[in-house]
Design a protein around this ligand. Structure first.
Ligand code: AMP
Ligand code: MG
Length: 406
């Protein structure tokens, strides 16, 4: 039997996914959310010709020949515009961010001036040198104009986007509801973190990483606890997952006597899409649909569950958020060592990156690729991808990598 490829599995998971409903988020709480609609600027930025420097607002014609002595008739500071106009032979003391007064068309930086004793009660300034630079003025609308669409639907709102949206005039934004992810650990051997394991017991650790990855992708993860390896316990936990956009189970997905996840889910009405894929780690990955929920059955081994979460759940969450679901082009590195020919399953090798002499990173697999080991995974900072049946490659050859930047 030939196993489903990673790409074909992803295609099935993403098939027919509709984005979650639209809701409004206050701009202060919009970081990490995803825009549901394109948004036009409500304001023009800057809203007026503004000084970019501290100096004097003048008429360019008055400083065509230097030195020039001008009468200083007032002050314009940020938030405190000068109400009058600048006439011939006049200047206004101006500070960064202040509107350029009417009549002025240039700003002389203060480093090019000297104060001059007042005459007849009017302060004066001598412009000594330099030509007024156009860069000293920020023209109205140079950043953006009202009506311009600057952020599109599906755009994730990071630090830059929330600052921009605020400057565009928004107090709240139309965003996608966070996808609800219900997470269930399964296994008679599992204890909650912080417990002291008795004979044969271990801590359920994976649900924390899966949950963190889901939240980091913009979802709302909810841990429903540990289900025992019994039909009753599993059924109870699946019932509690009702209403989730994605139900994620951890463990119990292989074909052992205690691996009841898929059989119980099918009995509960799940339409099984696949169970087992050509991936390493993560072969016993299961996927199906239960009502409106998509169900991802992750293998229990810690590395498998986290790698599968990154490779399959994150794209599903992106699709639910209306973002482009797939990763962009994989990053390229050079292999730090010679690599053996790969088997039939796409291998995600845990690797560390170092700076290479030609600017490309050099990715070297960590010593143990055992999918049960969390310490080497924590030591790694990327996954080196070996496609199915890839031939052996020499040290220094190009390899695709996926950054573990979470
Ligand atoms: P399973 O897929 O249930 O056969 O589990 C495979 C391996 O992963 C077993 O050694 C389990 O004890 C371990 N395992 C399963 N679930 C978890 C979990 N939530 N956290 C840590 N290890 C787990
Ligand atoms: Mg188990």
């Amino acid at each position: 039997m030939s196993l489903l490829s990673v790409e074909a599995a992803l295609e099935r998971i993403l098939e027919g996914v509709a984005p979650t409903p639209v809701e409004r988020a206050a701009i202060e709480a919009a970081h990490g959310r995803t825009l549901a609609e394109p948004i036009p600027a409500l304001l023009t930025q800057p809203p007026f010709d503004a000084s970019a420097m501290d100096g004097y607002a003048v008429r360019a014609a008055d400083v065509a020949r230097l030195p020039a002595t001008l009468a200083v008739i007032g002050t314009a500071a940020a938030g405190h515009p000068f109400a009058g106009g600048v006439g011939a032979g006049q200047a206004v003391r101006i500070f960064t961010g202040a509107p350029l007064p009417a009549g002025a068309d240039a700003v002389v930086i203060q480093e090019n001036t000297l104060p001059e004793p007042a005459q007849g009660g009017v302060a004066r300034v001598i412009v000594r040198e330099g030509v007024p630079d156009q860069g000293n003025i920020r023209p109205v609308g140079i950043d953006f104009r009202a009506g311009e669409v600057l952020l599109g639907a599906g755009r994730r709102l990071g630090p830059r986007e929330v600052s921009l949206a605020a400057a565009m005039g928004y107090a709240s934004l139309p965003v996608r509801r966070r996808p609800r992810v219900a997470i269930i650990s399964t296994g008679d051997e599992l204890l909650l973190p912080g417990s002291r394991p008795g004979p044969g017991q271990i801590i359920s650790s994976n649900h924390l990483g899966v949950s963190a990855l889901a939240d980091g992708a913009g979802a709302h993860a909810h841990f429903l606890g540990i289900a025992r390896d019994t039909r009753e316990s599993l059924e109870k936990h699946f019932a509690a997952a009702d209403g989730a956009d994605a139900i994620v189970t951890i463990g119990g997905a292989s074909v052992g006597d205690h691996d009841l996840v898929a059989p119980v889910l099918r009995q509960s009405g799940m339409l099984l899409s696949f169970w087992n894929i050509a991936m390493r780690p993560g072969k016993p990955l299961m996927f199906g649909r239960l009502g409106a929920s998509r169900v991802l059955g992750l293998p229990g081994n810690p590395v498998s569950s986290l790698v599968c979460t990154r490779v399959f759940l994150v794209p599903l969450l992106r699709a639910l958020l209306g973002q482009p679901a797939r990763d962009g082009r994989p990053l390229t590195a050079r292999a730090g060592v010679t690599l053996e020919p790969n088997g039939p399953r796409q291998h995600y090798m845990r690797a560390t990156r170092a700076a290479g002499s030609d600017g490309l990173p050099v990715a070297t697999p960590v010593r143990s690729q055992d999918s049960s080991l969390l310490a080497p995974l924590a030591q790694a900072d990327c996954l080196l991808i070996r496609p199915p049946l890839a031939p052996a490659i020499a040290q220094g050859a190009f390899v695709p990598i996926l950054a573990l930047d979470f």
